[in-house]
Design a protein around this ligand. Structure first.
Ligand code: ADP
Ligand code: ZN
Ligand code: ZN
Length: 664
């Protein structure tokens, strides 16, 4: 009997594969059941190996129990992208596979029947009546140029807000569907999927797939299988859908490519945009990155002619974008973060029967809940973070671990009942404004108000059907939506972004300001954005204020080039956590000593994280910067090999965070 040997990835935080054998020839990317210690695990075949004599005679190598599916879960291009991702992000291979397997296929030995419902190609009929308008000249140029891309070609579709990017996506999809190819479209937030799905469904009669984490595992599996076996050819999803196994994939579209939500920040930390680019390369297909505020990384690659850039510089309605106006609040009367003058501006807008959008970066009522007698501040028991008071629930909630505590009637330290709030969140703004504007609907849009499936859809309907109204919200409100009746947008606290020490703070704040301005004033020439600030003379703020994102971004880019910051250098955080600080420090100090032996690296730390304790564990980081990604990659690979054997590394949990979006 011929025996075959395989490298198998197991769904555990282990950085290498395990060898198993079988008398069957099994394709790479297949799901198998393996004995692992006393357990049975589901593994993925990574490769068939040519055994040497030692392996052949090794009695400890076990047999694979069974092959689960009749097919490989991952075809070559997706398989290779996963291998790349595990190497690029230095993340355990089994866990990377795991992140791209629908939950229902991860543990249970689900058998899949490949029946008619999966394989019969959907027929997409194009609804010509949905094409209500002719394309603008920018749009038709964009469609022309983008549909002529052949092979692996990343292209930035730089379209100002309201320039009609979605229509371009629809036309390109139509083109590919006619050629019997599939299209994958990613948006950064679950909340943006219903609208986009609607746009696609009114253009294409046929089944369109949806994939995001708020769906039931069953629904997700259904989309995944239908994509894999050719039933559906169009999928709209969030970052977890980037490796959707669509048959005959012809194009990937990443809408709002600059958005930080494409970055997964816990577990396997990856950027769906960057994984998407790798996938497009493996599939030899074009990928379109759409944005009105492209990331510096993408702009660098455009500048170096590695990406094409296609412009759409005017709104479809021909109107000018809202003006950005700074408001100096140094001498203003403030209540809960809103200046008196701001309230006046809101009044004037509501009087005209128009809507106001207020952006604030925090949900809840107030981020600090303090005793006025003894100074006690409510803190989470398991994290080093203040509890945020949520008035609606009358709870103090930790925004890190979501633990909720009753808001005490009396202070746990001094027993007095004299609490007050510092800072402002969406709920507080809602309350202040509802006291001032008694008859105006105030619509709050944040994680708390949109928890239920479909709630965002309902909110959008409410906004569109209301006349004068005030919308108060977080990031969610700043992204992608189109609120035609909003003519005044207000940014309550842009200063945090302007003075933040984070590496990409300016990139983020400029994107935010421009994106917020993009929500408003479509169809109105007088729309404006008010930015409350204590730094009205800030150079950066004044540049962003001009509304010319691209030239501001290009300036940031050339500055970063001069001082060697990303995207002109490679960055990584070695993150470590454990129940004792000493273990963290010992481990990281040893890592730093090793790293310092290598030349050309800049290594800082160990330092405590900004939130130095989370869910009961202390957190420390070391920050590593190198000139080249390839150089950093090589050094980390070597370091991981060494540190896996250190006794110090056994006492902590450590991970690498490659291209981090936060350095804290
Ligand atoms: P973007 O994503 O670039 O901000 P959208 O794709 O959301 O813009 O388009 C904004 C609005 O303009 C949508 O309501 C869309 O239906 C409409 N629109 C798109 N193209 C045209 C066009 N050529 N003429 C008129 N309206 C258009
Ligand atoms: Zn007290
Ligand atoms: Zn907590």
């Amino acid at each position: 009997m011929k025996i075959f040997f395989y490298d198998v990835a197991v769904p555990l935080p282990i950085r290498h594969c395990f060898t198993y054998k079988s008398d069957q020839l099994i394709r790479k990317g297949s799901r198998i059941v393996i004995p692992f210690g006393s357990r049975k695990l589901i593994g993925i075949i990574v490769k068939k190996i040519v055994p040497d004599e030692v392996i052949k005679k090794d009695k400890s190598i076990k047999y694979i129990d069974s092959v689960i599916d009749q097919f490989a879960l991952f075809e070559n291009s997706i398989f290779d992208t996963i291998i790349w991702a595990s190497e690029y992000y230095h993340h355990p291979i089994g866990e990377v596979f795991q992140s791209f397997i629908p939950t229902s296929l991860r543990k249970a030995k689900t058998n899949i029947d490949i029946d008619e419902s999966l394989v019969n190609n959907s027929i997409y009929e194009i609804e010509e009546v949905d094409k209500k308008f002719g394309l603008t000249s920018y749009q038709s140029k964009a469609v022309n140029r983008l549909s002529n891309l052949k092979g692996f070609k990343p292209a930035l579709l730089y379209g100002v807000t309201g320039s009609g990017k979605t229509e371009v996506y629809l036309r390109l999809t139509e083109d590919l569907i006619k050629k019997k190819k599939s299209v994958l479209i990613l948006v950064p937030e679950i909340n943006l999927t219903p609208q986009l799905l609607k746009r696609f469904e009114s253009r294409f009669k046929g089944e369109i797939g949806l994939y995001h984490s708020k769906q039931t595992p069953k629904k997700r599996l259904n989309t995944w299988l239908k994509a894999k076996f050719g039933k559906i050819n169009i999928v709209i999803g969030t970052r977890s859908s980037i490796l959707m196994p669509l048959k005959n994939l012809g194009l990937i579209i990443i809408d709002e490519e600059h958005d930080q939500s494409y970055r997964q920040s816990d577990g396997f930390k990856f950027s769906a945009r960057d994984v998407g680019i790798k996938r497009a390369q493996e599939e030899k297909i074009p990928i379109i990155l759409g944005s009105a505020t492209p990331s510096l990384q993408t702009l660098r690659l455009v500048q170096e002619k590695k990406y094409k850039k296609i412009d759409m510089l005017t709104r479809v309605d021909g109107k000018a974008p809202p003006r950005l106006i700074t408001m100096d609040i140094n001498n203003s009367n403030m209540e809960g973060g809103i200046a008196e003058e701001t309230v006046d501006a809101i009044k004037a807008t509501l009087k005209k029967n128009e809507q106001v959008l207020i952006f604030i970066n925090r949900r809840g009522f107030a981020p600090i809940f303090q005793c006025g007698q003894c100074g006690w501040v409510a803190e989470c028991k398991s994290c080093d973070s203040n509890l945020v008071y949520h008035q609606n629930k009358n709870r103090l909630i930790c925004h890190r671990c979501e633990s909720a505590y009753l808001a005490n009637n009396s202070c746990p330290e001094c027993n007095k009942k004299d609490f007050y709030f510092h800072g402002t969140g969406t709920e507080r703004i809602e309350e202040i404004l509802s006291n001032t504007f008694l008859d105006t609907p105030i619509i709050r849009v944040d994680q708390d108000s949109t928890k239920k499936v479909g709630s965002m859809d309902k909110i959008i309907q409410d906004i569109n059907s209301a006349d004068a109204a005030i919308l108060v919200g977080t990031q969610m409100l700043a992204k992608g939506h189109d609120f035609p009746k909003v003519t005044l947008s207000i940014i309550l606290n842009a200063d945090n972004g302007l003075i933040s020490p984070e590496i990409n703070a300016l990139e983020k704040i400029s994107q935010l300001l421009i994106q917020v301005s993009g929500r408003a004033g479509r169809n109105n020439n007088l729309a404006k954005v008010l930015i409350q600030t204590r730094y009205p003379d800030d150079i950066n703020l004044n540049k962003i204020k001009t509304g010319d994102y691209l030239s501001f971004a290009m300036q940031c880019l050339s500055k970063n080039k001069k001082i060697g910051l990303p995207p002109y250098s490679a960055m990584c955080m070695l993150r470590c956590s454990s129940p004792t600080q000493k273990n963290n420090i010992n481990f990281l100090n040893k890592a730093v000593r090793e790293l310092n032996k290598k030349s050309d690296l800049s290594v800082i730390g160990p330092l405590p994280s900004l939130i130095s304790k989370s869910k009961g564990n202390f957190r420390h980081n070391v920050y590593i910067q190198a000139n080249q990604k390839s150089q950093l990659n090589r050094i980390l690979k070597r370091l991981i090999k060494e540190l896996s054997d250190w006794p110090e590394s056994k006492k902590v949990k450590w991970t690498f965070d490659i291209d981090p979006i936060e350095i804290n």
